[in-house]
Design a protein around this ligand. Structure first.
Ligand SMILES: Cc1ncc(COP(=O)(O)O)c(C=O)c1O
Length: 410
């Protein structure tokens, strides 16, 4: 079966070949061409169905085309889609109020992508350091963790420790100090009177779902409080229900000064991100100092507000906890049977496959052939992050398929 495109009927193989000469090769997608999706399931152009165990790197926490989110988008499409921030729009106040209430913080800077939220937070933290903390002009530093992933812009790759992300893209932005993740002593040694902020993922997603020791986030809160610098939690991948809580920092009852949201905030429909912070922090921005034409557009605000409404029910956080137990139990049973080890919290797991069975890419391709979509990270690690709406039966089926793929060897 083929599908109608603007020009012709094309198969998956033809569509993949057609991309090659015209699309930048900055990704290496699995060879599947998705044409339709609903809930946790996607369908390719030939009508083959796959269970989506990646969920758009957590941008699809509520599944594909969640009815409440699609309805909110449709309703807004019929009213107003863009004003730019040159004018007010009637959706933005409610969006900002709901995001601030969800995180327990005061003010919101709406942006679009995750990288933009991180970039914006870097600017805000520096300005706060000069205006509020009194750091001499041009001397502000930001402490980050090794193996971080915060996005792909020039400034963000400046403090990446992944050579693939950096090589060929210098010169880099100065002003960052890198310390080992999950090491409070190193963090304490790195902060000083120039430190504007510590920027950290509460769980490192791209690194392979690396969960710090219990007490690390509380300790980090203490260190930043004592040093008089900001604690910025990048919850772009870990937040909005994924780990069984609204924010991953809640596992340690910690409230950062700044929380970065993205991915699922747009409901898998539109790019929506936000810097959410205490008033003292975000009020350093004045007209003309920062902005984005699309940031806070009414369509994004309408979908983002509907996302917050879903999270306010607590249903998705509960579901991530309950299904997370199944995920953990299923993976525990595979340890020693092709799985070397795993790290999991809520519906999110990094699974280290025995390298003798193949690379993460090879395992992902084998799973794809069996109708399960996952993504590898480094080496032989794969990442599981299904929509929080996945049924127990589908999750069990995915674990069963993983078991049989490992038994056969990739
Ligand atoms: C923790 C974290 N921060 C930032 C980003 C960047 O988000 P985006 O790809 O929307 O720019 C990502 C993306 O994976 C992420 O995982």
């Amino acid at each position: 079966m083929t599908v109608a495109t603007g020009r012709s009927l094309r198969s998956s193989a033809e569509l993949i070949r057609a991309e090659e000469p015209v699309l930048a090769h900055n990704y290496h997608p699995l060879p599947v061409v998705v044409a339709r999706a609903e809930g946790a399931w996607v369908e390719d152009v030939e009508g083959r169905r796959y269970l989506d165990m990646l969920a758009g790197y957590s941008a699809l926490n509520f599944g594909h085309r969640h009815p409440a989110l699609v309805e909110a988008a449709h309703r807004q499409l019929d009213q107003l889609t863009l004003t730019s921030r040159a004018f007010h729009n009637d959706r933005l106040a409610a969006f900002a109020e709901s995001v601030a209430a969800l995180t327990g913080l005061d003010m919101v800077l709406p942006m679009n992508t995750g990288a933009e939220a991180v970039e914006s937070a870097v600017k805000v933290a520096r300005k706060w350091a000069y205006e509020v903390k009194g750091v001499p002009d041009g001397r502000a530093t930001i402490v980050v963790a090794a193996d971080n992933f915060h996005g792909r812009t020039t400034t963000i790759v400046s403090f990446s420790t992944d050579e693939t992300a950096r090589a060929g893209f210098g010169p880099f932005t100065p002003g960052f100090r890198v310390v080992p993740y999950n090491d409070l002593a190193a963090l304490e040694a790195a902060v000083d009177e120039t430190t504007a902020a510590v920027l950290i993922e509460p769980i490192q997603g791209e690194a392979g779902v690396v969960i710090p020791d219990d007490g690390y986030l509380r300790g980090l809160r203490e260190v930043t409080r004592r040093a008089g610098c900001l604690f910025i939690a990048d919850e772009i991948q870990s937040g909005l229900g994924r780990t069984g809580r609204t924010l991953a920092v809640e596992h340690e009852d910690v409230v950062p000064d700044v929380v970065l949201l993205g991915k699922a905030l747009g409901g898998g429909i539109v790019p929506v991100s936000a810097v959410v912070a205490r008033r003292e922090v975000l009020q350093v921005l004045r007209p003309g100092e920062h902005g984005s034409t699309f940031g806070g557009n009414p369509l994004a605000a309408a979908v983002g507000s509907a996302v917050v409404e879903l999270l306010e029910t607590g249903e998705f956080q509960r579901r991530a906890q309950e299904a997370g137990v199944l995920l953990r139990d299923g993976l525990s049973a595979l340890v020693g049977k092709g799985v070397r080890g795993f790290r999991a919290r809520g519906l999110w797991a990094g699974v280290d496959i025995d390298p003798a069975l193949g690379t993460g890419r090879e395992i992902s391709e084998s799973l794809m052939r069996e109708g399960i979509l996952v993504k590898d990270t480094h080496g032989s690690t794969i990442r599981l992050a299904p929509p929080l709406t996945i049924t127990n039966e589908d999750l069990q089926m995915a674990l069963g398929t993983l078991e049989s793929v490992l038994r056969k060897g990739a």
